[in-house]
Design a protein around this ligand. Sequence first.
Ligand code: NAP
Length: 331
Amino acid sequence: MRAAVYRSYGPPDVVRIEEVPTPVPGGQEIVVRVHAATLDVTDATARCGSPGYSRLFFGLRRPKWTVLGSDFAGVVEAVGSAVTRVRVGDEVVGVTGPDFGAHAEYVRIHQDGALAPKPANLDFAEAVALADATALAFLRDRARLRPGESLLVNGASGAVGSAAVQLGRHFGARVTGVCSTAHLELVRELGAEEVLDYTTVDFTRSGRRYDVVFDVAGTSSFGRSRRVLTPTGRYLSPVPSPGLLVQMPWTTAFGRRRAIVAFTGLRKAAEKTRDLLFTRELAQAGTLRPVIAARYPLERITEAHQHLDRGKYGNIVVTMTGAGTDTTRAG
Ligand SMILES: NC(=O)c1ccc[n+]([C@@H]2O[C@H](COP(=O)([O-])OP(=O)(O)OC[C@H]3O[C@@H](n4cnc5c(N)ncnc54)[C@H](OP(=O)(O)O)[C@@H]3O)[C@@H](O)[C@H]2O)c1
């Protein structure tokens, strides 16, 4: 099969298309023919091996896992003799373990892995663009967002932020989105009651108060966001910093306003499966729609990485069917 392989850390052109052995399922394994996979910020970190401490996880001298990509959508191609969960031909969405592997024509996962049926109303690219449950894990599980609360999403046009705006609305919150001028309309369409342009407004100086500030872009801090948090407000960050790692236990023990950091990729496969099923319901109900910045066929993986390095909004999707680049957004 063809796969996007990298064997050393570096710029986008370290990733090349190679022929590698097609995976064969063991007794409890499932092989999925991948139709679409996302290319995200974690893939960029793993490709660059930067920041340096990330190599403790990805491999000290060279990458431990040579095919990137975590979220995938495709069709079950083969199953092991002990697999009862899916059948050949099922359309599925899944997330690999920390060992990546989805930027390939086929991916193999254990039958206890993170896997769910694909939402019937979405194509494979749209379905995979909703597979990441970071926003759900932060808002529902960590912030315990409640109906009537006010939520500010900083980085509302990104992959995580666009889901956060829609989920915030779904949970009954009043949502304010922060993004650049180019994406104000998009964020409004996603359901934000108010949209702030970060090129002209500093949300921490707005004088408003929010129950939850979700700093997806990681451009603010707990210290600066404190002044716009309600007395029991929560500051959420998916972008860890040494300061936040100290503030989190400190504010949990002593503060009324809390700083919260989490690493959603490290959650158990069963939790990820539960979230894929939850997301599927919302997608099928029309509550949650994917935001796709661009689609690249696998053979143009280097261009996809270049796009990621330039900065993106929404999701970059790699397709295995040669569908071509599409710079329109879905929805
Ligand atoms: N901890 C975890 O478990 C976890 C899981 C997933 C992701 N993450 C992290 O979450 C972060 C966001 O990921 P993503 O995939 O959503 O990124 P993304 O799609 O690249 O989106 C980032 C967004 O940030 C916005 N932005 C840029 N500069 C800004 C500024 N100064 N103020 C406010 N917004 C700004 C951009 O908006 P415009 O396009 O409008 O400029 C863009 O849409 C990444 O750092 C990623 O590593 C962490």
